[in-house]
Design a protein around this ligand. Structure first.
Ligand SMILES: Cc1ncc(C[n+]2csc(CCOP(=O)(O)OP(=O)(O)O)c2C)c(N)n1
Length: 380
């Protein structure tokens, strides 16, 4: 799928952790040979294009929310390299157990833009049938499970799924995303302990984006780093520059191959930054000074990636202008289509739970469909 090859490495938890942060991109446009994932030029350009696409989607979806056309958006502005780099390292059979910021990974794995936007509008074609908030998409074909809003629950799901696959001798690895705030959850402890004890083929991908809504990462833990937590559970742990897509691919690929070879889980702490608010329901100006945002803006993953491609003759201004226009049109067209689709019919609310709907729910459904709430609602 991605032209990535490497051999699996076995290393002990304590050996794995040092204060170094894995980086690949150098200011002269070259890659550090020891951390170079050696991906093809085509893959690098596709990843850059995907990064631009999700950045533009983020901007557009925030605007749609502000215009009252969708109810909510939770984005990945600033965290695109961590998300796309890790998704690009997966093999086709591997599964993703997401948090809620990784729509870029779902799109990269094959979820269509149309399907994503159907969920954002909660329309009749939404795979979640409009029963979830926006940004609670799912795509089985992309091996991308549905979003877990309760913090950390996807971690135990990923571990259980991997354990099941291991017992059935299936060649697959699960990768689960979570923020550094989720390392304070019970699910993190349960998942980490079980994964390490049973050596499940799981990659624990922590996006340390500096914030858990308004709680800064330095107040989240008394540990020196988030990666060090993995050592206590007995698994190799690595810190990576989360805004360096090449380094992210390298460490994630190593962890996947290690897991697939039967050596168990790895914890990855990707150092990145949440450049916008937690979601469209949040105003970070209430708790965060602008200086850090300005500082991290200088390490913007998209800008760094573009610069690297330009220095290697793979990108230029004309290509950028063409890409911006193409992606803008693609997003606009897809929004126009998704917005026109009617909401799910009200009675669909009663589907998918009972094989035969009990009498009292049938009665409630009939009452609702005949009642005033149905007026003007799609499908009635
Ligand atoms: C069990 C639970 N408690 C609280 C919340 C409310 N909540 C939603 S997101 C969030 C912060 C999560 O921060 P982090 O894990 O660092 O992820 P990030 O949003 O930064 O990507 C909280 C507390 C929740 N969704 N679930």
């Amino acid at each position: 799928m991605n032209g990535i090859t490497a051999t699996a490495a076995k290393y002990s938890p304590s050996e794995s952790l040092n204060d170094d942060v894995v980086k690949a991109m150098r200011s002269d446009g070259t890659l550090d040979p020891s951390n170079d994932p050696r991906i093809s030029r085509e893959l690098a350009v596709s990843l850059y294009e995907a990064m631009v696409r999700i950045r533009m989607l983020d901007e557009r979806l925030v605007a749609l929310q502000r215009q009252g056309r969708i109810g909510f958006h939770i984005g990945s502005y600033g965290e695109e390299a961590a998300i796309l780099g890790s998704a690009a390292a997966l093999r086709p059979n591997d599964w993703l157990f997401p948090c809620y910021r990784e729509f870029g990974a779902a799109l990269w794995r094959g979820m269509s833009l149309e399907s994503y936007l159907n969920n954002m509008f909660g329309n009749a074609n939404d795979p979640a049938k409009g029963r979830q908030m926006p940004d609670h998409y799912t795509c089985k074909a992309a091996k991308f499970t549905s979003i877990s809003s309760p913090i950390g629950t996807q971690i135990t799901q990923a571990v259980g799924f991997a354990w099941g696959a291991k017992s059935q001798k299936e060649d697959l690895v699960t990768l689960t995303y979570f923020g550094e705030g989720a390392t304070s959850s019970n699910e993190f402890h349960n998942g980490m302990n079980f994964a390490a004890v049973f050596k499940t083929p799981t990659v624990m991908f922590c996006r340390n984006n500096g914030w858990a809504i308004s709680v800064p990462s330095e107040k989240q833990t008394a540990s020196a780093t988030f990666a060090v937590k993995g050592v206590a559970y007995g698994m190799p742990s690595v810190r990576v520059d989360g805004n360096d897509i090449f380094a992210v691919i390298k460490v994630t690929r190593d962890a996947i191959l290690r897991a697939a070879a039967g050596f168990g889980p790895t914890l990855i702490e990707a150092l990145t930054y949440r450049m916008s608010g937690h979601s469209t329901s949040d105003d970070p100006k209430a708790y965060r000074p602008d200086d850090a945002v300005v500082e991290w803006g200088k390490r913007d993953p998209l800008m760094r990636f573009r610069k690297h491609l330009e220095m290697n003759g793979l990108w230029n201004e004309a290509k950028q202008v063409e890409l911006d226009a193409r992606v803008d049109a693609e997003i606009r067209d897809a929004i126009t289509v998704a917005e026109k689709v009617a909401p799910p019919a009200l009675e669909t609310m009663f589907e998918d739970v009972y094989e035969s709907v009990p009498w009292h729910l049938r009665e409630q459904c009939a009452e609702m469909v005949a009642g005033p709430r149905a007026k003007g609602h799609g499908g009635h």
